[in-house]
Design a protein. Structure first.
Length: 98
């Protein structure tokens, strides 16, 4: 890879349910008002995590886990791009410098 190359990972990034710092805030949506869950009741990421566990003995990763995997590959995260309405994310990565 050159220093200008980019790797794009298109996958789901599961975030915990909390009121501050969720991907909904980053996407400009903000958390849902009380009494709704912070993620507006979206349950697909959690259902997909259970499906991955049951069928493939796998799991969906959160941001911190993605960063760890990407750094082990000798890359660094440039940006997490939230795809609105699809509950997925594009993770932009580049080669670590130095």
């Amino acid at each position: 890879m050159s220093s200008h190359s980019r790797v794009l990972i298109y996958d789901m990034v599961v975030e915990p349910l909390h009121r501050q710092g969720s991907k909904f805030i980053e996407a400009g949506l903000g958390d849902a008002p009380e009494p709704l869950p912070p993620n507006y009741g979206t349950r697909w990421p959690f259902q997909k995590d259970l499906i991955m566990l049951n069928l493939l003995q796998g799991k969906e990763r959160n941001k911190e886990e993605w960063i760890e995997v990407i750094e082990k590959a000798g890359l660094e995260v440039v940006k997490f791009w939230v795809v609105r309405g699809l509950e997925t994310t594009i993770i932009e990565c580049k080669k670590k410098e130095g």
